[in-house]
Design a protein. Structure first.
Length: 405
């Protein structure tokens, strides 16, 4: 078992308040990403210049002042051929941005209700000169295969890149069993091609023992295997592995999450992998009434032995967004959505399994000027942590923050 918690006020700074002007975006609900020079990129669910549909933003530091630039504005459904509802981002080595939207696209989407389109994968190509316009391109439109969207529909998590520049991700629905897919987007001189690596619920049966409905993307280990989680299937969702052999991908269930109480549901987080191949993720239960459980951080080592840190409400509650592994500090960092004194905190779990609360949000009570309801974290080469909060800030529209542990 991991240990208990202590409290340590790390150095905290608000870098940007959203809602500062009409088109700069509002409510950044996803984990940001960093480039090699310290610029921060992310998405918001509202704001921008196309009917309040959200944006892709960049924050850059000039002389100690952080400046925000809107790189692309999304539209509001039902008619959004270039995508609507942006999720997380990934950068390549040239500074190009890749991402997905949950809705939008030119194809009808049977699973998206009032929204038109099942989402797209996109690229924002970096300008040749600093300050130039970014070029937005739709790489793939989901639900382009079959009436049941055999190629997947409604992605919720970010993409990941391999060393050759191929993209990998998941969709929460669609596939041959309408339980979601893992896919690859590969690129050649003719453009981008989608390849389905796995359709969930392929094991058959009502419980989908191989998993169903992934809400996050996938993560590579050093051997080229992919790991992820599903929110349904198995006992209460699964942690799965996809391995490549002789050109075919094979899925293996690494861990079954415990079942939620009747009428409730589980929310497993994304998977992180350390240099030794140990797996880390988070889990929160939604009971069958208002609210959710305290949640846990789990580690599964290469021998299959599990260690668990359980939140108790006094040290945080609801760790939805997984953890990042800091190899140099031999520590895990993450966020919770709630804390005893406010909406969420940033925590560290050290090599001995002891938790330290680094920061608790909404200490600045007026409109929670320091933010509330944090996303996941990104870490720079100096060990500083960056994240967003969906709400709070001086305008109530969310912030970007930095923490130096």
């Amino acid at each position: 078992m991991f240990g208990c918690a202590s409290i340590s006020q790390a150095q905290f700074q608000v870098l940007y308040n959203f809602g500062s002007y009409p088109s700069d975006g509002s409510f950044p609900g996803n984990t940001p990403v960093l480039d090699g020079t310290g610029n921060i990129y992310g998405t918001t669910t509202q704001g921008g210049t196309q009917n309040n549909g959200g944006i892709v933003f960049e924050l850059s530091n000039s002389g100690g002042t952080w400046n925000e630039t809107t790189l692309y504005s999304f539209c509001t459904p039902p008619t959004c051929p270039s995508g609507a509802g942006p999720v997380g981002l990934v950068l390549d080595s040239s500074g190009n941005i890749f991402g997905m939207t949950t809705y939008g696209g030119v194809q009808p989407c049977p699973s998206s209700g009032v929204f038109e389109g099942c989402g797209v994968a996109f690229e924002l190509s970096a300008p040749s000169a600093r300050g130039g316009a970014w070029t937005y391109t739709v790489l793939y439109t989901f639900c382009s295969v079959g009436e049941l969207c055999e190629d997947g529909a409604n992605p919720l998590g970010p993409l990941v890149l391999d060393k050759l520049g191929n993209l990998y991700g998941t969709t929460s629905s669609g596939g041959t069993n309408d339980a979601g897919v893992v896919f690859e987007l590969s690129h050649d001189q003719n453009g981008w091609t989608q390849n389905i690596l796995y359709s969930f619920c392929s094991a058959g049966g009502d419980i989908c023992s191989d998993g169903a409905e992934p809400e996050w993307g996938v993560t590579f280990d050093n051997s080229g295997n992919l790991f992820g989680t599903t929110s349904r299937g198995g006992d209460g969702g699964v942690l799965y592995k996809l391995s490549l052999s002789s050109g075919d991908w094979t899925e293996t269930v690494v861990n079954n999450f415990p079942p939620p109480e009747p009428g409730g549901s589980n929310s497993p987080g994304p998977v992180s992998v350390d240099a030794l191949g140990n797996l880390y993720t988070t889990l929160t239960h939604f009971p069958n009434h208002e609210g959710f459980s305290n949640g846990l951080v789990g580690r599964l080592n290469t021998s299959g032995d599990a260690r668990v840190f359980r939140f108790n409400g006094t040290n945080g509650k609801g760790p939805f967004t997984g953890v990042i592994v800091d190899a140099s500090r031999r520590a895990l960092y993450g966020t919770t959505l709630l804390s005893p004194f406010g909406p969420g905190n940033v925590f560290r779990i050290d090599k001995l399994g002891q938790e330290t609360v680094l920061y608790t949000f909404c200490q600045q009570k007026q409109n929670c000027a320091d933010g509330n309801y944090p996303s996941g974290l990104a870490e720079d080469k100096f060990g500083s942590l960056y994240g967003t909060t969906e709400y709070g800030g001086i305008n109530g529209s969310g912030i970007v923050f930095e923490i130096t542990p």
